[in-house]
Design a protein around this ligand. Sequence first.
Ligand code: DGL
Length: 269
Amino acid sequence: MYLPPHNGSIGVFDSGIGGLSVANAISGLLPRESILYVADNANAPYGARTGGEVLDFSRRITDRLLSAGVKMVVVACNTATSMAIDTLRELYPEVPFVGLEPAVKPAATGKRVGVMATAVTLRSPRYLALREKYLAGRSIWENPCVDLVPLIETYGPGSPQITQYLERLLSSAGPLDTVVLGCTHYPLVGKDIAALLPEGARVIDPSGAAARQVERLLIKGQMLALDEQLPSRYDFVSTGGGVPLQRTLYTLERLNAARRWVVPNFSVS
Ligand code: DGL
């Protein structure tokens, strides 16, 4: 039976390094909490998968996180949230889940709105319902950003490969004043994106809101880590190679400063 312990870690998963943008926000808001992070590099990118495959990966990882004793699961991936979170909530009604969705609500005040997300997210019923609710009848620029996730995994922020890709992509968008980062990988190159937008344009990164939702659910479930549990522990595992995780962790101040472990070739099946 699942028992929500105070001292369990928060389980976080993504197809790769993208969810680190969320883990970083959680560690800033809740420094006492421990994190167990799974990067599913063996199956990435999820955006090139079918919805059924993404659901299957998400179920296996969630099973593995729960058997490791996590007290909550953060689906730190818009693609996995759009395809799997409803099923995961049905399968594990006692587990608190937090998902990531393109933040179209705060974008509604924008005049020229762009949404960057994977193809799976952009065609998902969850996203289409959000768009209908907050951006109905608006002409918005949507782009599945094919190949951007593998480029971020391989080269990281500030690299010429990312700059070239984004220059080409955003030049086709026209002058946007609001851009929704609908994939957790994109905040990792958020500065590169902002540098190519007109001055004053808003780039909406939902990681902070996701971290606040984690806090709300932990308080509600009386599961916040207790004071005496300091220092927190961060474990990062990848189902593939560990290099992208290791390299990205060096760039994220809070996660880099913590005691942390990176394990490659981790099996979730
Ligand atoms: N970071 C993920 C997301 O938020 C998945 C990207 C991918 O693997 O294609 O959608």
